[in-house]
Design a protein around this ligand. Structure first.
Ligand code: ADP
Length: 183
């Protein structure tokens, strides 16, 4: 599915984020920035050791206590097709009344703002927080689509925001969320 927001395009596809040729891909990292399971593990495996090396420098120089939830930082893409990896930390779901929606929206907004700052025009996102972090995918998809559509309406410079969903079930849920926002 595709939708145009001003001069930008949002696309939703089924696939593997590590294979995308967009200028940047986003990693659903944890605050340690030291790698993990899910998307994080796949990105470090495919991207090689260079990404972890840069993450260690970021920890030492900017975030000794770890990257706070909702914030975003950038490394190179190592051996990936994408030149840059934007690492952001989504919230861990704990019932929905602990600021999770706002923190998830922040993770998307800060990733897009960082992309604009470094001149990235095409970017791929995974479904942040809906794996190990347990955020219900229906709720997460609505937060994701809303924060991205609002960002694209306010700021120009991004050409494509691609969502790479890992199952056809997730793809359907995200399509429903995007359709709901465009109506
Ligand atoms: P979080 O800790 O933020 O929940 P996860 O990596 O556990 O992050 O899961 C986030 C989503 O990413 C899940 O829907 C998972 O199925 C999906 N996912 C896992 N590997 C990939 C991949 N290679 N490409 C795209 N999505 C992936």
């Amino acid at each position: 599915m595709e939708a145009n927001i001003g001069t930008a395009r949002i696309t939703l596809i089924l696939g593997d984020i590590t294979e995308q040729e967009t200028e940047a891909i986003v990693n659903a990292a944890n605050s340690s920035l030291m790698g993990g399971g899910g998307v994080d593990g796949a990105i470090h495996r495919r991207g090689g050791a260079e990404i972890l090396k840069e993450c260690k420098v970021i920890r030492q120089t900017s975030y000794p206590a770890g990257l706070p939830t909702g914030k975003a930082v950038v490394t190179s893409g190592g051996k990936l097709r994408a030149k840059k990896v934007i690492h952001t930390v989504g919230p861990i779901w704990s019932g929905g009344n602990n600021g999770e929606p706002e923190l998830l929206a922040e993770a998307y907004r800060n990733s897009l703002a960082l992309a604009l700052n470094i001149g990235v025009k095409t970017i791929s996102f995974p479904s942040i927080s809906t794996g190990a972090y347990g955020y219900p995918v229906g709720k997460a998809s609505r937060v994701a689509m809303k924060s991205i559509v609002e960002f694209l309406k306010k700021k120009s410079g991004i050409e494509e925001v691609r969502f790479v969903l890992h199952s056809s079930y997730d793809l359907q849920i995200y399509e429903k969320a995007l359709t709901g926002i465009l109506d």
